[in-house]
Design a protein around this ligand. Structure first.
Ligand SMILES: [Fe+2]
Ligand SMILES: [Fe+2]
Length: 199
């Protein structure tokens, strides 16, 4: 009973993080298309920078740590499909590299003064962001389809208790104020998608 409660709480937390990230990624994709001239309107570079900051910093508060610990615990179990864990860990590394690539091209694009359609650095920056969005969306879908069900199937009550302790540590005063900060940023970022979208 306790195990089910802890498991549902932690998996729901991870799924909620994904839902939030997906919403921001879609909004970012729209903004990128506007900046690239594929959609009408004037793109907002400031919003793009804020969204990039959110999607790269928020998961570092505890999402990635929790997933890495889940992989570590699952590796110790018999009958677990190691390919799935390898795929998740490989993608975490790849996403870090893609994020670095985005920042590199963002700096060059900003140095070029205004982001303008057609400028080589702008094109590279927009392409890097698109690549990041594509892999991040695929990765989250993969985790929901494979990693989370595997954790639900194989982790024990002791494992979930351990993960719960980690979560609590992250919610210590300092982390909590950062979580609140990112929660506020999230609300602002998605404010213009839909008034009920902020879940
Ligand atoms: Fe992940
Ligand atoms: Fe994830």
């Amino acid at each position: 009973m306790l195990m089910l409660l802890l498991m549902n709480q932690i998996i729901e937390q991870l799924n909620q993080d994904h839902r939030r990230l997906v919403k921001v990624l879609y909004r970012l994709d729209n903004e990128i298309k506007t900046l690239g001239g594929m959609l009408t309107g004037k793109g907002n570079m400031e919003a793009v920078v804020d969204m990039l900051d959110y999607i790269q910093t928020y998961p570092e508060l505890n999402h990635h740590r929790l997933e890495d610990e889940i992989c570590r615990l699952l590796k110790k179990k018999e009958w677990v499909d190691g390919d799935i864990l390898e795929e998740v860990e490989d993608k975490h590394e790849l996403l870090e590299l893609l994020a670095e690539n985005v920042h590199y091209h963002m700096d060059s694009a900003i140095k070029d003064s205004a982001i303008n359609e057609g400028a080589a650095n702008t094109v590279r920056f927009l392409r890097a962001v698109k690549e990041y969005i594509k892999y991040q969306l695929k990765h989250m879908e993969y985790e929901q389809k494979h990693l989370f069900p595997m954790a639900e199937k194989y982790l024990t009550e002791e494992d979930w208790q351990f993960l719960q302790i980690l979560l609590r540590e992250d919610y210590s005063e300092l982390a909590e104020s950062r979580l609140l900060k990112y929660s506020r940023i999230y609300q602002q970022l998605i404010a213009d998608i839909s008034p009920i979208a902020a879940t």
